[in-house]
Design a protein around this ligand. Sequence first.
Ligand SMILES: [Zn+2]
Ligand SMILES: [Zn+2]
Length: 435
Amino acid sequence: MRITIHRGIDQIGGCITEIATNNAKILIDLGQNLPNGEGVVNDDFANSDAIEKITKDIDAIFYTHYHGDHLGLFHLVPNSITQYIGKVAKRVALCKHQRLSFIKDRKEQSEKEIDRIEAMQSFESQQIFKVGDIKIIPYFVSHSAYDAYMFLIEVNGKRILHTGDFREHGYLGKGLLPTIEKLILKQGKIDFLITEGTMLARLDERVRHENELKGEVVELMKQNKNVFVLCSSTDMERLATFHAANQKMNGRPFVCDDFQESVLEIFSDTAGKKSTLFDFEKPYIFRKDNEKLINWMKDKGFCMLVRATDKFDDYTEFLLPLLEKDKTILIYSMWKEYINPQCKHANKKYLDFIDKFSKVSKIHTSGHASAECLADVCNLVNPKTGIIPIHSENSADYQKLPINEELKDKIITETKKIDDTLIEIKRTTKRQQWV
Ligand SMILES: [Zn+2]
Ligand SMILES: [Zn+2]
């Protein structure tokens, strides 16, 4: 067996892992490098020639979730290769690309992308797949993208657990350790653990439970009648935090645009059927000519989901003069460094957008596992042979994990052969950093 980390060591994003035997080959994720603060993507793989080369002889591609740093290069994959993604994740990805098709001069590109997503096979948790002599089983994980999975991969008696991006401190995170213990380890020991380590470079960042955020949002909503929220439009658990908090404010409409409404509808129709927390009911769609809604918003206050786009520049320019300044707030609910002008990750669009508001509050918790959670997973899985760290700024940070020396010795960050398994770790020249 061969495990190849084409990309993902010492960088966050652009994840590409290959698992191969003599008669089958699969990829886990085919992600794009994350954009810099100006929105520019530097990615040597983001062209058909490079993807044709890397997917040569590949039988199937399995995606852990719909974030661009895991899914981003799907449209360049030749038609002959089957691509697999979670059933709900497929709907969200489709919805997003349908929206992108409205952007001027992007129609043709989007049509191609939509075709490729429509052709994708979808899966549900614990569905078993066989690609030649490789067996793949997805298991649901909580992440800032809904319908995310880790994969158990079995090859010639060896077992690999590829975690993808995950966390324990989300509403849907409590199943993480029981899933590993009761479903995955019950079937036998894991040989290799391939896992993320986003938070290892940010040990000072307090990772709070999503539920704790809800309490803080409620307090802010009590103090401020008019609440704008800048958060990821596909982060279901965070959206649920704001929706649930707003429900506690009697009679305030939950407002968004038509794109966000379509995404919420997918969540209500899937996760919302299992828990009312994710049932977003019928949000109100903002339009400048919807006088009835605007009067209601002015009268009772509101919670409105926004994005840093031209459309919302227009909406906020229209709305802000109608509202009392001291009762109006923007809650910024993404990584703090995007709006830190001193940071290399600073995002100009976000900075310009938050500038419009006299009151801004930051409420966020990471979509990624805390160091303690990573250590718990490493200790529980206790892999026989190796831990391969991906999706971290610096793989050497794994040595800081509170795990025993024996496990630390198993961390693999350079190419090596162990018995009949070749682990090839490729490093790209340009180090890409983010989150
Ligand atoms: Zn990621
Ligand atoms: Zn992600």
